[in-house]
Design a protein around this ligand. Sequence first.
Ligand code: SF4
Length: 484
Amino acid sequence: MFRKPKRRIVERRSTASSFEVSKEQDYPSRLNLYGIPPLSEITLDQFEEWALDRLRVLGEIEVCLFRNKVGKTLEQVVKPVLDKYLPLSSNFARASKGSSQLDAERKKDHYSHFILRLAFCRSEELRRRFVRAESVLFRLRFQLADSQEKQAFVASLNLDWEPVGDEERAAVAEQLAATAAFGADAGDSYFKVDFERVPDLIEARSVFLRGGKAYIASAQQLMVVMSEFESRLMRGLELTARALPRLDEDDRLVPILNHVSKGFVAPEYVAGSLLGAGEARPDAVRADDVPKLQQHFPLCMRTLQSALDREHHMQHFGRLQYGLFLKGIGLSVDEALQFWRRSFSVMTDDKFNKEYRYYVRHSYGLEGSHHNYRPYSCQNIIAEKAAPGPKDHHGCPFRHAAWDKLSAALDEIGVADAPTLRAIKDDVDKKHFHVACTRVFEATHPARAPGAGAADDGEAITHPNLYYDRSVMYARKLAEAPSV
Ligand code: SF4
């Protein structure tokens, strides 16, 4: 892992910048078009933490888009994640929360956006994905804002909109009425903008054009703001990409940015983070518990456990992936030693102690470099350089197993209906492996179970231990629910 010293990022003024800003920026609205880069100092810890929090939100949005969840369905999934990692209160909350809390939320939103610009400006593909996810986030926030907030925000943008007066409106009433089918209604006020600013509306033939101006109904305002947001962001990313080589000299930020850009699909999950603040892991897990806990394991870990049961042995990378996962679910080092000793049942004590005991203790930070290794995330497992060979069982079955083997494994855990299998196959073909895994989680933890809540209202699966924690929580809620 990279170092996270409590050093401060020293402000650097860009001579190319034409923005006139003070170091302490004001945030009159929680909506932000991110036109002004941040200039005050933050710590490296904040730099990384804020970026990862925003990444969680964008990752969730991307998974929704992969699964064609839009509109209200997307809002239901993303809003809890947004409230958890990147809350933004409206100005009405100033009295209850206090100005400093509101400013802190807005500052985090502002800075995290610009930090991720640095991470995602590096290639055309990353820029395109970033703009798409950020646009969805902006649209969601805009829609959640009240009308007063929206109007004040739009007025602050100085978008050079020209109101259409009564006389002019009467002269083109017939043409404007023809746009009613596209969201405008008779009572709407209209304004004019240069036609180049609304390519999407023109492509959809949903605006009236005259003299180089597009006549926009107030109901279509969001589309104009969105178009402005996307074009400004894409331009901003291209400019950042050009300036990026200068940043490569900074040995503090580059490792963090590399780490962040790799985590777009699967930001790091900290085992046990679904628990409430101060809540301890429910029970220590003992070696004897592992077989019955398998019902909560994701497919990758079930595959490893089945192979261990069959072969009474496991290759290095499998031991590493499975051992760290078990550590993450709460197996202490002593219990882990018992577990592995018992699992390697055809081996003598002497051989186990000489060849394997050290590695188990090493993974708990008790030998060698004393590094306390964390369980692997899906991203680590999927992108693992050591792809599994014929004798190996590690890796992600969605990524590394052939379809006939994968579908047989799915059948064993009760995922057999044709539409779900088709959707999983489609995810796998598109290389959306963790989306396929999320689908399996939902199929095996049905939303209709009384008292368990909807299984698909949580975060996408981005970590095997997240799968486990969510499954255990689901079972707990199910057990606590009053019987019907
Ligand atoms: Fe395991 Fe992640 Fe693959 Fe699911 S997506 S099987 S949790 S590695």
